[in-house]
Design a protein. Structure first.
Length: 398
């Protein structure tokens, strides 16, 4: 105990702290803690306790740009991938109904002479979008709505002073995809295509594009959801990635990237009524049809030629069906494969090549996996009986 008081006597500050602790109603423990702190510091060779346990100092390099991501991860990736992202400018000429043929009639020429009234001019509009180079020989993937109706398409590539004229190689309105082709004097930078099926909700993603003409704008967010069905004007997207990375007009057609710099989506739509709601077409959807767009200029789809509905409780009762499984035919298109096979309104398709069909979407998915020209077997429930029909799948007309 003498040693303890001796240590207190050596340092008046700690003695004072101990004394205050006692005066405020504390026990000897209050003074003891202060004294013991001094002892530990003395043994370690420090003059004060604060020096005995210095706090780590954070440096700029040790602070992540986003949680769990290194400060330079995104910047390095953008430096690597950015040159493969392009700006797309389009010119659309909308013909104005005029009276050329009317005033070219000799009678009216004679009546008006050279003083023909001025005719309305064609309306010219310009569009802006983004895209990314998928092969070094100049093939570019973008949205169909970016180039829809364009009479002229220009593509600006990093490192070139002048834009390249682009040819629209193939388009698909249903999937909102298009492939362009430009000819450059040397191989072009490209992006790697990832696997959108493996993308998880909550993963960090980066969007690169040209919103409002602001060249190569980079925004960061996460994947908010997958498999979103979203109607946009007259289009219905069935399976979109949702992200909170900012996507604005001009971003359409640009890449949505993971932190490895792989494209996992094609930025497509923005919800104007909300904030932080952007959408992208999964890259796996595009990968399935890119070869067809490049070689055939379109997507060839198998076609049965019927309009179908889910079997609701009312339809089950009306058609006296045993259960609600299958897809009920609401319309048979004249001349279609279904028409030629003798299918009728009210038929319930319950199996395709022995594969059970639970609902209308299951039938759509089953037919989509077939090839044009392939013959498939259908199990049909009609008027209380099960019948079978063979149908030769045709190509869906545009």
């Amino acid at each position: 105990m003498a040693w303890f008081w001796n240590k207190l006597a050596q340092n008046k500050v700690y003695a004072l702290v101990a004394l205050i602790g006692l005066l405020l109603g504390g026990t000897l423990m209050a003074g003891g803690i202060a004294a013991y702190s001094y002892v530990l510091a003395s043994k370690a060779g420090y003059s004060t306790p604060a020096q005995a346990a210095p706090l780590p100092t954070a440096t700029a390099a040790s602070v992540p740009a986003v949680p769990g991501v290194g400060a330079n991860t995104i910047a390095d990736m953008v430096d690597r991938v950015g040159p493969a992202v392009v700006m797309i400018n389009t010119t659309v000429v909308q013909k104005t109904p005029g009276f050329d043929s009317f005033f070219n009639d000799p009678f009216f020429r004679q009546f008006f002479g050279n003083r023909l009234p001025s005719l309305p001019r064609d309306r010219v509009s310009h569009g802006l979008g983004s895209g990314f180079i998928t092969s070094s020989d100049g093939y570019i993937l973008t949205n169909e709505h970016v180039v829809e109706g364009a009479s002229e398409v220009q593509v600006t590539v990093v490192g070139y002073d002048k834009p390249f004229p682009a040819k629209v190689v193939g388009t698909d309105r249903e999937l909102d995809l298009a492939i362009l082709k430009i000819d450059a004097p040397k191989p072009l930078p490209t992006v790697a295509l990832g696997d959108s099926d493996k993308t998880r909700v909550g993963e960090w993603v980066v969007a690169i594009g040209n919103p409002y003409g602001l060249d190569h704008t980079v925004t960061v967010g996460v994947v908010s959801a997958k498999g979103r069905p979203v109607p946009v004007q007259d289009r219905i997207y069935k399976n979109l990635l949702q992200t909170d990375a900012a996507i604005n007009p001009g971003n359409s057609g640009g890449p949505l990237l993971n932190l490895q710099g792989e494209v996992i989506g094609i930025n497509t739509a923005v919800n104007a009524e909300g904030q932080g709601l952007g959408f992208a077409i999964p890259i796996n959807t595009a990968k399935e049809v890119m070869d067809q767009l490049r070689t055939k200029g379109k997507v060839v789809r198998p076609w049965l030629g019927v309009s179908i509905l889910d079997v609701t409780a009312d339809l089950q009762q009306y058609f006296k069906l045993p259960d609600r499984k299958g897809a009920i035919i609401g319309e048979v298109i004249s001349g279609s494969p279904a028409d030629k096979a003798g299918l009728k309104v009210g038929d319930v398709i319950r199996k395709v090549d022995n594969q059970p069909i639970e609902n209308a979407q299951a039938l759509v998915d089953a037919i989509a996996k077939k090839k044009v020209g392939q013959t498939v077997g259908l199990e049909i429930y009609r008027n209380g009986q099960t019948i079978f029909r063979l149908v030769k799948i045709a190509e869906k007309p545009n």
